[in-house]
Write a protein that binds this ligand. Structure first.
Ligand code: S3P
Length: 426
């Protein structure tokens, strides 16, 4: 679908965005794993979360959705049943990687499939540690989906040092570790999102160069009530829009501000953004609060290596803020961008080049500067929701008309994006 978005001069008002994607995935998974009834409020209604829900339905769980909540009747530690068909993870890396940890410890074989984008993304990063724990895997030649998971009777605990800063890999090992009474540990040197640790109440020990996370069957989830704060990654698009348009002021209520996810706010403030936080609260270690953001004059700043994992999903829209800021926007040490829903370095650089901006592509990042020069061109979404929304926002604030090809992929994380945009536009 080719889309042309209406121009926006300024934004005002209040946004109550749907729940965070990472937390919604985990709330569904942990509810499905626990024995009995769980309730999930302010969940994210989106294609990715539906992929997780459908996989657990196929494993025998009852899951009911209403507008307000998801009710899950979970199966308990040995309660899942062998699905009659392949488990379809759609576009969702979080579904595929996290569920692999759960399935590696079951008594039956399963096969995971995904869409064209997910079927290109690396799975060896989870099959390596899970094989060490005893499971066997058959993947395509490139170590990608489709993937058959063959559990073993000898499934055991391991001590694993993460070779890549990935919360998905960390979580896969931790979820597998829940199925053994012996303690599994994961060591991470770079901080990645810690929702799995928070929701399962895992022991986390700080060490000189990172942390050690411990898990065993004692931490197996129990039925619970989850109140999911709004998604900071979705909020980032509207925050940047308010910053780069004149006479704008937005309030985004109850947004997730977990310290492993709020790097985007910290960087924008360093760039000169007028952002304040009110009504902070903390549930299960997940900090949230209302974000008030006003039009600001921005300057580009150095983006340090140790914040990259924290802002990995926000880099596309952060670079849009960078175009409106003094100086050049540059991000390095972010090779992981190449294995997201698209190769986000290539996707951003290709589209910026089409618009006439000055770019440099690095193996681990990119820089962009200059002004949009070209009108009437069509940018590509590369089936990547965050690329679609980043160029969606950019297209609304520049004089030139830009067409966006493949815009429907916003449904992966925020099907109501255009409705929300319409509600704050002056
Ligand atoms: C996620 C972790 C991140 C992130 C993804 C969601 C999660 O991926 O990019 O959108 O929910 O654990 P990696 O952990 O692979 O970096």
């Amino acid at each position: 679908m080719i889309k042309i978005l209406d121009k926006i001069k300024s934004v005002n008002g209040i946004l109550n965005l749907p729940g965070d994607k990472s937390l919604s995935h985990r709330a569904v998974m942990f509810s499905a794993m626990s024995k009995g009834e769980s309730h999930i409020y302010n969940y994210l209604e989106s294609a990715d979360i539906n992929s997780t829900i459908n996989c657990f339905k196929q494993l025998g769980c009852e899951i009911e959705k209403s507008e307000k909540e998801i009710i899950v009747i979970g199966k308990g530690i040995k309660g899942f049943t062998k699905p009659s068909e392949d488990l379809d993870c759609g576009n969702s890396g979080t579904t595929a990687r996290l569920i692999s940890g759960v399935l590696a410890a079951q008594k039956f074989e399963t096969r995971l499939v995904g869409d064209a984008s997910l079927s290109k993304r690396p799975m060896t990063r989870v099959t390596e540690p899970l094989s060490e724990m005893g499971a066997k895997f058959e993947t395509s030649e490139n170590g990608t989906l489709p993937m058959t998971i063959i559990p073993s009777k000898e499934f055991h605990a391991i001590d694993y040092k993460l070779p890549v800063a990935s919360a998905q890999v960390k979580s896969a090992v931790l979820l597998a570790g829940l199925h053994n009474e012996n303690i599994t540990t994961v060591i991470e040197n770079e901080a990645t999102r810690n929702h799995t640790e928070n929701l399962l109440n895992l022991e986390v020990k700080e060490i000189e160069d990172g942390r050690i996370i411990s898990v065993s069957s004692k931490n197996y989830p129990k039925p619970s009530i989850y109140n999911v704060p709004s998604d900071i990654s979705s909020a980032a698009f509207f925050i940047v829009l308010a910053l780069i348009t004149k006479n704008s002021e937005l309030r985004l209520n109850n947004v997730l501000l977990n310290e492993t996810r709020n790097g985007i706010i910290r960087i924008l403030i360093k760039m000169g953004a007028d952002i304040t936080i009110e009504n902070e609260s903390n549930e299960n270690g997940e900090l949230s609060g209302d974000i008030i953001v006003r039009s600001s004059k921005l300057k580009n700043v150095e983006i340090e290596k140790d914040i990259i994992a924290n802002i990995i999903d926000e880099i596309p829209i952060l670079s849009v803020a960078g175009i409106f800021a003094e100086g050049e926007f540059c991000v390095r040490n972010a090779r992981e961008l190449r294995v997201k829903e698209s190769d986000r370095i290539r996707s951003m650089v290709n589209n910026y080049n089409l618009l006439g901006l000055d770019t440099i592509e690095y193996d681990d990042g990119f820089s962009v500067s200059g002004k949009v020069l070209n009108s009437g061109c069509t940018v590509e979404c590369y089936h990547d929701h965050r690329i679609a929304m980043a160029f969606g926002i950019l297209s609304t604030v520049i004089e030139q008309e830009i067409k966006i090809d493949g815009f429907e992929c916003v449904d992966i994380s925020n099907p109501k994006f255009l409705e929300q945009l319409g509600s704050i536009k002056n």
